[in-house]
Design a binder for this molecule. Structure first.
Ligand code: PLP
Length: 361
């Protein structure tokens, strides 16, 4: 088998090897059709079965009932930044946003192009290093919704609990931590997530919407931007990201085989504990970039004593088969994106590399 490196890319990111092998095995002949999934019609009965199975798996893995619609859309999470306010902010209404990072801020700015925004909390002035306490999040009780980004991919911070919003619908961008831990997903009225971190390849975005919330959606929007168009057609109004849905179904089956979210959560906990312990054990050399209380389980950010040393860390790591460690261009430093498909063994290897690198520096 070809050499497999440890993939710390922030997204598109590591996929489970078993899933890649299943894709490879079926690439030329998808389920006895004699054609590839890449060549298959989205109107075929084979794709319909894949689509239906993927919808059921999303509900099963996230613990959602039939009162949630499950959509597989194109356009990335960034399209949802605009589609959410287009559908859900009524005339004269305000939407509330929690500004905890670059993507949270992008979502908020997109809303500002079409509606009035209330900033419920912002840590921008602190370079997004910290997450809010629940009591820091303040918003009008008649807001159209409260939007949060559950995991800040660039800064390496994450919500460990979510505001209890009562009658205000809670909306979450979960692009970088969906399906990585157990959560009560029913506290959200709408969740969206680009697939390219924990769920599959780039090109498909998962959206789940509670029926009761959907009932409040605006009408009269351009057809393609209306959630109702997609909920009425099981995401088959136009050509969906067929390959992405197919791979997402395989990834969801893999998650189930790991023991569901309880299983992946246990592995993710072990991974982040190992990595943060390695950082904290050498505080004169490795410095966690995020405030400890808000640390992410998925994107672990750190600085070294100099940029030069960081660049050497990245290039030496690459030689050791550890790829994708450069921090986002807006913050610099090192970022380990340790999504579901990264194993505990991968992290052990990384911790050994960090130890050797520090001793040699
Ligand atoms: C939390 C979060 N939201 C949104 C996005 C944007 O996603 P996309 O590139 O699919 O539009 C990303 C991309 O990394 C992200 O991490």
């Amino acid at each position: 088998m070809a050499l497999r490196n440890v993939n710390f890319n922030p997204g598109p990111a590591a996929l489970p090897l078993d899933v890649l092998k299943a894709v490879q095995a079926e690439m030329l002949d998808c389920q006895g059709t004699g054609i590839s999934i890449l060549e298959s019609s989205h109107r075929s009965k084979e794709f319909e079965a894949i689509n239906d199975a993927a919808i059921s798996l999303v509900r099963e893995v996230l613990g959602l009932g039939a009162d949630y619609h499950v959509l597989f859309l194109g356009g990335g999470a960034s399209t949802q930044f605009a589609t959410v306010p287009m559908n859900f902010v009524g005339d004269g209404q305000v939407a509330a946003y929690v500004d905890t990072g670059e993507f949270a801020s992008k979502a908020m700015k997109e809303c500002q192009t079409i509606a009035k925004v209330h900033v419920a909390f912002s840590s921008k002035g602190e370079k997004y290093r910290r997450m809010p306490a629940m009591s820091d999040i303040i918003y009008p009780k008649d807001a159209a919704y409260l939007h949060v980004c559950s995991n800040n991919t660039i800064e390496g911070t994450q919500f460990q609990e979510f505001p209890k919003t009562g009658s205000v619908p809670l909306v979450a961008d979960m692009s970088s931590d969906i399906a990585s831990r157990r959560l009560d997903f029913t506290q959200f009225s709408l969740i969206y997530a680009g697939a390219q971190k924990n769920l599959g390849p780039a090109g498909v975005t998962l959206v789940v919407i509670r029926d009761e919330f959907l009932a409040k959606a605006r009408t009269g929007l351009p057809t393609i931007f209306s959630y109702k168009t997609h909920t009425d057609s099981k995401s088959l109004y136009n050509t969906p990201p067929v390959f992405g849905v197919y791979v997402m179904k395989l990834v969801l089956e893999w998650i189930k085989a790991q023991g569901g979210l309880a299983g992946v959560e246990a592995v993710n906990r072990a991974k982040k504990d190992l990595l943060y312990a390695a950082i904290d054990a050498a505080p004169d050399f490795y410095k966690g970039a995020a405030d400890k209380a808000g640390r992410s389980w998925m994107n672990i950010t750190m600085r070294l004593p100099s940029e030069e040393m960081e660049n050497k860390f990245i290039s030496d790591a690459k030689k050791a088969g550890l790829l994708g460690l450069k921090g986002h261009r807006s913050v610099g430093g090192i970022r380990f994106s340790i999504y579901n498909a990264v194993s505990v063994d991968d992290i052990r290897k990384t911790v050994a590399f960090m130890d050797a690198f520090r001793k040699a520096a």
